[in-house]
Ligand binder design. Structure first.
Ligand code: ZN
Length: 318
């Protein structure tokens, strides 16, 4: 017959076993509890940092990140992303980033933003991901036009990519990012409707937009303009414009009866002034192209820069 009583050493061993098991169980529970705590980026932790290449992307990021993240921008207002040369301070900013944002399609000449992020092993999101590209050409052949933000419908895809990238790293604040993105989407939709109404004041045959370089391809595609520029899609490699190219543009301006041509705020006014003089047309004003305006200017936000561009274009061409 099996005994139900146990000797003293057996009881002692069993007590130790249960105590050790309880200790292990409490350790496991505490590890599980830690894993279920809100991830870093919660209300009480230090702010995470997103570092953006261009001013437009930084504006989108500020609209989505709100007060939860710090948003830094490497380009200053009015700086040209094609020809930008990075600095030691940029490398330090990127090394401290929780997320980097680039435009992509080589807007950042020679991919400088990606190079910075990869050399510091920081995560990077390309904002044009998911946009249908317009093709353009340079000496190397067909390339994707990187100025996609010029159509507010594409700006929404930038915003969506930024929302998703922030939420992936900071799921604790994902609902906030999502609500802000939804609200910003309404603003982008209103902007697009407003632009379509405003540009209707310009007769279709006068919708030719001449500026330094092909920054307005997506704007022109969306709002039925023709984009013409002496400098092609990028300002990075070209050292000015050949006399024959300039003559070609001057002839087109005369043949098409173009009233006014435009200066871009990121580029020198000399070339456009010389073309305007030769063609005998006026300068219609300055347009924000690859960068927004400085703080306090009408173009200090994406929506502000688009609004000011449209007002300038309509006033000059209607
Ligand atoms: Zn450009």
């Amino acid at each position: 017959m099996l005994s139900t009583t146990k000797s003293f050493p057996q009881k002692f061993a069993r007590a130790i076993f249960f105590n050790v098991s309880a200790l292990l169980l409490s350790l496991i529970l505490s590890v599980v509890a830690d894993a279920e705590d809100p991830p870093a980026g919660g209300e009480n932790s230090a702010k995470k940092i997103v570092v953006c290449s261009t001013t437009q992307i930084a504006d989108f990021a500020r609209n989505i990140a709100g007060d939860q993240w710090e948003v830094k921008c490497l380009l200053a207002a009015g700086q040209d992303p094609h020809s930008y040369r990075t600095t030691a301070a940029d490398s330090r900013d990127v090394a401290g980033a929780d997320l980097c944002l680039e435009n992509g399609w080589n807007l950042e000449g020679h991919g400088w933003m990606r190079t910075l992020a990869e050399s510091s092993q920081r995560p990077i999101q390309t904002c044009v991901e998911g946009i249908t590209p317009l093709q353009t050409e340079d000496a190397t052949g067909e390339v994707k036009d990187p100025h996609a933000w010029m159509d507010p419908e594409n700006a929404w895809i930038y915003v969506k990519n930024i929302r998703d990238a922030l939420s992936k790293i900071d799921p604790y604040n994902a609902d906030l990012f999502s609500s802000r993105a939804d609200l910003y989407r309404y603003q982008l939709k209103s902007l697009r409707v407003w632009i379509a109404t405003e540009v209707n004041k310009i007769p279709v045959q006068r919708r030719i937009l001449v500026s330094h370089h092909d920054a307005f391809g997506y704007f022109c595609h969306a709002f039925k303009f023709e984009a013409r520029s002496p400098q092609g899609w990028s300002t990075a490699e070209l050292k000015g414009v050949s006399p024959s190219k300039q003559q070609e543009i001057v002839k087109m301006i005369r043949d098409e009866g173009v009233k006014s041509i435009f200066i871009e705020t990121t580029l020198s006014r000399e070339m456009i002034a010389s073309i305007a003089k030769e063609a005998g047309v006026t300068i219609g004003g300055e347009l924000y192209s690859d960068a927004m305006g400085p703080k306090g200017s009408a173009g200090e936000t994406y929506i502000g820069m688009m609004r000011e561009n449209v007002l300038t274009i309509v006033k000059a061409l209607k």
